[in-house]
Design a protein around this ligand. Structure first.
Ligand code: AMP
Length: 118
C-alpha cells in the first residue's frame, strides 16, 4: 500500500485539515511555504495524468474549500501537482500542493531550458 493510501487509512498519522467521503487534506510534513497543504483523492490514482474529469471537478471544489477553510482564498495561493519523473513527483499517489500565506516567488526553473523541447 502506498504512503498516502496509508494516510487515508489512518495507518500513518497526519495533520488533517478537511476530509469527506472522497478526499482528504493534510499539512505537508516538509512545508515550503507558511501554508503548505496536500489534497488527495482517497481512491488511489497514480498522478494527475490518470484522473477522470468527473473526479477532477469535485477535486477542484475540495481545493477551493480548503483555501476558504485556511483563509488564503482572498490573499491568493498556488496549486501544484507534480507528474512523473520530469515533474519531480516523489509520491506516486495523486496530490495537489496548496501553497500560500506569503507572496510566492516564481521562476526557479533554472534547470529547464525553455528552448529545449519543441
Ligand atoms: P511530490 O514531490 O510532489 O511527490 O510531493 C510529495 C510531498 O509529500 C512532499 O512535499 C513531502 O514533503 C510530502 N510528504 C511526504 N511524506 C509525508 C507525510 N507522511 N505526511 C505529509 N506529507 C508528506
Amino acid at each position: 500500500m502506498c504512503l498516502f493510501c496509508k494516510i487515508v487509512n489512518k495507518e500513518i498519522p497526519s495533520n488533517i485539515i478537511l476530509e469527506n467521503d472522497e478526499f482528504i487534506a493534510f499539512h505537508d510534513i516538509n512545508p515550503k511555504a507558511p501554508v503548505h497543504i496536500l489534497a488527495i483523492p482517497k481512491l488511489h490514482i497514480d498522478s494527475f495524468n490518470e484522473i477522470k474529469p468527473e473526479l477532477m471537478a469535485k477535486m477542484s471544489s475540495f481545493i477551493q474549500e480548503i483555501a476558504n477553510e485556511v483563509k488564503i482564498d482572498k490573499t491568493g495561493y498556488r496549486v501544484i501537482t507534480n507528474v512523473g519523473d520530469n515533474g519531480g513527483q516523489e509520491v506516486q499517489h495523486l496530490h495537489f500542493h496548496i501553497l500560500g500565506g506569503a507572496k510566492l516567488k516564481w521562476g526557479h526553473f533554472s534547470d529547464a531550458d525553455p528552448q529545449g523541447h519543441f
